[in-house]
Design a protein around this ligand. Structure first.
Ligand code: PEP
Ligand code: MG
Length: 902
């Protein structure tokens, strides 16, 4: 029999796949003997059965009933018991944390009778009716599908009647009236009564949580976070404890280190006399966690001890939700906490320093996306152009963002869709704001602390966020916010949000370079006392990565400046120098002359004019990369790309003719050439090696320019290491023909200069046929470099210029893939070709050097694939070099270093 339900005492944190992060971590806390309200977890297996068949597994009801009976026995009270009911919370919990994206239902077990039992003493009466009101409202909207704004509207009208600001001011009689009114509303909207049977409440709540896995919010979140759609959620059912029983009760959230900066210490928020949702929703402003030490020293001490134990157990920063019920501490949840990029590096370095984790584990805890984030610029905080401060709040997620203020999610999505940068400004955010948060550059809220929904979600996404800016008042109806001094900031006003300082300024503030970027620009030397903490942390972890990695990291660079930057950033050579970039700008007329040449002699003259220019470029690049390999690729794109646009030319000629003038002869000539060369599918046409084979003299010119540059560098005392790479080869014979031409030129230049030239000739593997015939091609090639941009294009049959805009959004939406295959290597298809080519290439030439120079070379997930596939190097843009270094180091770690907790 499949087990679908586990008591908290039966699980452990290793079981997150089955019990979800929440269920597994609750079980771990029970194992540790921490005070956890008892309960049990329904597995993700059960959810998957439900999602696949539309019904829960048959055994589920019976298993829930058995666990419930045990819970009731232990508590000494039953669900629905009239005089003293057991109440339960029903919460979602997936393998990966998805804060606020799925449903939660609290106070299950209350009904018309049990509410009287719960409120049997006068001081608990209001609390009982408020709990019942919350249940009917949550159940009505979440389980029974009644529009939640209808409930809010009824609360609003009662508040207006009594002229009170919020529902905490409503008295027992009001709450009784509200419960009746909510029950009527449910009956009107659904034709069904609110269920009085607690077992039915429980059953339906569980199914609603299962269904919420496929709710819109959850789907959007998963797509963004690349969480697979087929994992399903677990459901944890737990005895309710109450933080709203009076001043000796309360709820809070705690972090064992600062999730924004990583600094050690006690961070968190506490809200006296409140339920946990009130803290996370950010509706009421919280007090710093340290205040609990004065309010309830006993509970605070116990909490601190539990925090230390949890951090020791998880060997990482933990975040914790807790409740104090009449002076008794209850731990409701823990998990390895979400953190900013800065905190990720800070915490990993500190934990390694403290000996809590090994250096390898520290490296496993950071990633390339976080490093890339740290390389972004920040705002300058002084000097000209720093605008007036319009809000100050909690610096909840660091970084600098500029955009137009907008006041709701839909407007954020609309404006961002037309290319505008926006800042979402809300009183507080709810999970419904998720699309707007994704669309926005930054989020600003008037309420809520570091643990509010806005803060948690923004940090998870790496979005800039300032929250709890109490001085501002957001007026959705007038579409503006007003500052503490009464200054109005209307929708559309450009604001600059500084998530590091917690400050929002009017206008676009000037940006300053990040310290981490400055460190790389200075060559990545060991930092000194004057450098900021984060620079030390990044240096430490990158040094670890460099010593761990097997993959070399090269850069794609076409100019001496880019080559020099790449070298400062740690590149170990150039993996791709695209020579077509040297044919643009002022040199274009020379290329035109070559294309238009009517005779061999004319073409030779045009090529001869290009040669010294190419030689100079190559000399500069070889100098910048002295002693390191520089892979120069022969001309790749179709030649008509170097000519003017066909319709521009046609229009120009037609205009001249229309006014009776004779069009310029050159324009006619150019148009004729463009038409002669026009191809319906230029990406599949006369480009790459094919050009070299049909345009006489082209290969010879490029190779001679490079060979002479090598000679010049050698004469200057340098150590040039040029390699020649042939693009778009599909058959070994193409490569052999070009190689013979290359060898002849190299022999000529050797003879002329007296300097022996050994420039290895290799090829790109960017067509499926090349991958499939790699064994033969390797006989002609000293090295392979995977051109995964073209290889993805040709394997899938996706035009790399069109597909991403045309139908990728639909493909991502419908789950054909979770990431664009142009960003992250498609392991199954393109990756398989890579594996075949590596195996067959090495089989025929064991010393074959193999790298990759498509965009994937700088993508974290792809770097791990290339490591596993046995490549020798990855090559990426200079700015991605540090990311690739870090990920190559992480890819080489033994699997045991990877973090198994959630
Ligand atoms: C590739 O195809 O992956 C590649 C690096 O070449 P290009 O992008 O220049 O076609
Ligand atoms: Mg290519």
């Amino acid at each position: 029999m499949t087990i679908y339900v586990y008591d908290f005492s039966e699980g452990s944190r290793e079981m997150a796949g089955l019990l979800g992060g929440k269920g597994a971590n609750l079980a771990e806390m029970v194992r540790m003997g921490l005070p956890v309200p008892p309960g049990f977890t329904i597995t993700t297996d059960a959810c998957r059965v439900f999602l696949a068949t539309g019904a829960p597994p048959e055994e589920l009801d019976g298993q829930i009933a058995r666990h419930l009976a045990a819970l009731e026995r232990a508590a000494g009270k039953r669900l629905g018991q009239a005089d003293d009911p057991l109440l339960l919370s029903v919460r979602s919990g997936a393998r990966f944390s998805m804060p606020g994206m799925m449903d939660t239902i609290l106070d299950i077990g209350l009904n018309d009778l049990a509410v009287l039992g719960l409120g049997k003493t006068p001081e608990r009466e209001r609390f009982a009716w408020d709990s019942y009101r919350r249940l009917v409202q949550m159940f009505g909207s979440t389980v029974m599908g009644v529009d939640s704004t209808l409930f809010e509207a009824r609360i609003g009208s009662l508040e207006r009647q009594h002229e009170v600001a919020d529902d905490s001011r409503l008295d027992t009689v009001d709450l009784i009236r509200l419960v009746e009114s909510f029950k009527d509303l449910i009956a009107e909207e659904t034709g069904e009564e609110f269920p009085q049977d607690p077992a039915e409440q429980l059953r339906r709540a569980v199914l609603a949580v299962f269904s919420s896995w496929n709710g819109e919010r959850a789907r959007i979140y998963r797509r963004r976070e690349h969480i697979p759609d087929d994992l399903g959620t677990a459901v944890s059912i737990q005895t309710m404890v109450f933080g709203n029983l009076g001043p000796d009760s309360g709820s809070g959230v705690a972090f064992t280190r600062d999730p924004a900066t990583g600094r050690p210490g006690v961070y968190g928020d506490y809200l006296p006399n409140a339920q946990g949702e009130d803290v996370v929703a950010g509706i009421r402003n919280t007090v710093p966690l340290q205040r609990l030490a004065d309010l309830d020293p006993g509970a605070y001490k116990e909490l601190r001890a539990s925090m230390d134990r949890l951090e020791g157990r998880y060997r990482d920063m933990c975040d914790i939700e807790f409740t104090v019920e009449r002076g008794k501490l209850w731990m409701l949840q823990t998990r390895v906490g979400k953190r900013t990029a800065q905190a990720a590096f800070g915490i990993a370095a500190q934990l390694a320093d403290e000996g809590l984790v090994s250096p390898q584990e520290a490296l496993a805890r950071v990633d390339g996306d976080a490093l890339a984030h740290l390389m972004f610029p920040r705002f300058a905080t002084s000097g000209p152009g720093v605008g007036e401060v319009v809000a100050r709040g909690v610096p909840a997620s660091p970084g600098a963002a500029v955009g137009a203020a907008v006041f709701d999610s839909a407007e954020a999505v609309r404006r961002a869709g037309s290319g505008e940068r926006v800042v979402l400004v809300r009183q507080e955010t709810t999970p419904d704001d998720l699309p707007g948060m994704i669309a926005a550059q930054a989020v600003l809220t008037a309420r809520g602390g570091k643990t509010s929904h806005a803060a948690v979600v923004a940090r998870g996404m790496g979005k800039v966020c300032v929250c709890g800016a109490e001085g501002i008042t957001v007026d959705l109806a007038r579409r503006c916010f007003t500052t503490a001094d009464g200054v109005r900031v209307a929708e559309g006003t450009i604001v600059s949000v500084d998530g590091t300082e917690g400050v929002v300024r009017r206008g676009a503030a000037p940006l300053a370079e990040s310290e981490v970027m400055r460190y790389f620009e200075a060559g990545g030397r060991a930092p000194g006392a004057e450098d900021q903490r984060i620079v030390h942390d990044v240096h430490r972890l990158l040094t670890l990565a460099d010593s761990a990695r097997r993959l070399e990291v090269r850069a794609n660079a076409d100019t001496p400046e880019d080559a020099a930057r790449a070298r400062r950033f740690g590149a170990q050579g150039i993996g791709l120098c695209r020579t077509e970039h040297m044919f643009l700008g002022e040199r274009r007329p020379l290329v035109e002359a070559m294309i238009l040449a009517a005779t061999d002699a004319g073409r030779a003259r045009a090529l001869a004019a290009l040669l010294p220019l190419q030689r100079e470029d190559f000399t500069g690049i070889l100098e910048a990369m002295d002693g390191l390999p520089v892979t120069v690729r022969l001309l790749d794109p179709p030649l008509h790309e170097f000519l003017p646009d066909r319709s521009d030319l046609a229009v120009r000629i037609a205009r001249e003719e229309a006014v009776g003038r004779t069009p310029a002869a050159r324009d006619r000539e150019l148009l004729a050439a463009v038409e002669r060369m026009h191809e319906e599918n230029p990406m599949l046409g006369l480009r790459g090696v094919r050009l070299g084979l049909v345009v006489p003299g082209l290969v010879a010119m490029q190779v001679r320019a490079l060979a002479e540059a090598v000679v010049a560098r050698k004469r200057a005392g340098g150590d040039p290491r040029a390699e020649i790479m042939v693009p778009l080869v599909g058959d070994a014979r193409e490569l052999r023909l070009v190689r013979e031409e290359v060898d002849a030129v190299l022999a000529d230049v050797t003879a002329e200069s007296g300097i022996v030239l050994d420039c290895p000739v290799g090829t790109m593997i960017e067509l499926p046929r090349a991958a499939l015939t790699a064994g033969r091609i390797a006989r002609e090639a000293r090295f392979f470099s995977f051109g995964t941009n073209d290889l993805t294009q040709t394997t899938w049959g996706f035009s790399r210029d069109d597909a991403e805009a045309a139908f990728f959004p639909a493909y991502l939406d419908r789950g054909v893939f979770e990431r664009s295959p142009f960003e992250t290597i498609d392991r199954e298809g393109v990756g398989r070709l890579v594996e075949i080519a590596v195996a067959e290439g090495r089989a025929s030439r064991p010393d074959l050097t193999i790298g990759v120079c498509g965009e994937h070379g700088g993508d974290p997930a792809s770097v791990h694939f290339f490591h596993a596939a046995g490549l020798d190097y990855v090559s990426c843009s200079p700015f991605r070099v540090p990311v690739a270094r870090l990920e190559a180091g992480r890819a080489a770690l033994p699997p045991s270093s990877a973090d198994s907790s959630t």
